[in-house]
Design a protein around this ligand. Structure first.
Ligand code: KG4
Ligand code: ZN
Length: 338
């Protein structure tokens, strides 16, 4: 299929299904007209995402979610100029649901298909509400990734540091699990932490090279700290849950900011951006903005609905790719980049 050039005025339908959120969004004239996300409660009782259950839930959510996004944007399917869809990274069975739906729409509407990298889309989320000043240092913090990315212009991403083991979102989720709390652990820990003393205990940072992160040690240190304390007082956790959550969250944030400060000394930057699911954390958001003020930099953090997985960011990243005429060839397999 030869694709007509798309402009910033195009109408783009974005589709996201890489993990456990099914989302569809419509972007018209470079503005988000709708962003509808169905989350999956089915994983809660397992304490983590169960891939097979995720792909089944995507199958039942995807069409109603797309219809709701079109309805909210007050457009009909045939008015869509292009379909942008998450290609990866993500869970294979989940990605395939979004990709096949997008492929079906592309074929039946005879409209181009745009394959979006999920991580680039998290960064693109910063452009939804801001006019970004480059070069920008982006901190991407999600359930699967922790990266420092130097962005010299839209679409030009250089990973300058990343985790050598767990992602910071995993540190939140696993920490919550250790403390017998629900999934996803980030919001649970944040809720308790708001009532606690962040200096109640110091969890040690891991020694890493250059701009690398490491979060596997801190969850082990939480485990041993609790074991030891519970031996002395079996009610230690119940009595101090808010303080422990506040201290654990504070230590995680310090570990993140330490690497951001280090990167700022090396890379000339005009602005800093915070993206990914963990950027929904209020303490992290506040600390990030404070750091930007201290360093006299602009800072960008998406609104909550654009922090965790959503299709608005897929539509925005899709628009950037469409402007560069980067479309998926429907005959090219495989589509996924898991
Ligand atoms: O970006 P995202 O929605 O999905 C991935 O691509 O991984 O990120 C999910 C992660 C989970 O680890 C979740 O616990 C974390 O984001 N998260 C938070 C908060 N809200 C979500 N972590 C800390 N504080 C929050 N308020
Ligand atoms: Zn994500």
């Amino acid at each position: 299929m030869s694709n007509p050039p798309l402009s910033a005025n195009s109408t783009i339908l974005g589709i996201e299904s890489s993990c456990d959120d099914t989302s569809a969004a419509v972007m018209i004239n470079g503005k988000i007209a709708s962003n509808i996300t169905a989350s999956q409660d089915v994983h809660r009782k397992y304490g983590g995402v169960v891939p097979e259950l995720a792909s089944r839930a995507h199958q039942s959510h995807i069409i109603p979610v797309i219809n709701a996004a079109l309805e909210k944007a007050q457009i009909r399917l045939k008015e869509v100029d292009a379909i942008a869809v998450t290609q990866g990274p993500g869970l294979m069975g989940s990605l395939v649901v979004g990709l096949n739906t997008a492929k079906g729409l592309s074929l039946s509407l005879n409209k181009p298909l745009i394959g979006v990298n999920h991580l680039h889309a998290h960064i693109a989320a910063l452009h939804i509400e801001n006019s970004v000043k480059f070069p920008m240092l982006a901190l991407l913090v999600s359930g699967g990734h922790t990266q420092l990315i130097w962005v010299t212009e839209t679409g030009n991403y250089e990973i300058i540091g990343q985790t050598i083991d767990d992602a910071v979102g995993e540190a939140f989720d696993k920490g919550a699990k250790i403390m017998g709390m629900g999934y996803p652990g980030g919001p649970e820990i944040a809720k308790w932490a708001s009532q606690g003393d962040p200096l109640f205990h110091k969890f040690p940072d891991s020694q890493t090279e250059n701009l690398e992160f490491s979060f596997s040690g801190i969850k082990t240190s939480l485990l041993y700290y609790l074991k030891k304390s519970l031996k002395e007082d079996p009610e230690f956790l119940e009595k101090n849950r808010a303080h422990i959550c506040a201290a654990y969250q504070h230590s995680l944030i310090e570990m993140l900011l330490k690497r951001v400060k280090k990167a700022l000394k090396i890379y000339p930057t005009a602005s800093i951006g915070l993206v990914g699911g963990v950027s929904a954390n209020t303490m992290l958001r506040n600390s990030f903005v404070r750091l930007a003020h201290q360093k006299n930099l602009e800072s960008y953090i998406p609104s909550f609905e654009y922090c965790t997985d959503n299709a608005a960011m897929i539509a925005q990243a899709g628009l950037f790719l469409a402007e560069q005429q980067k479309f998926l060839n429907l005959d090219e397999l495989p589509y996924t980049r898991a």
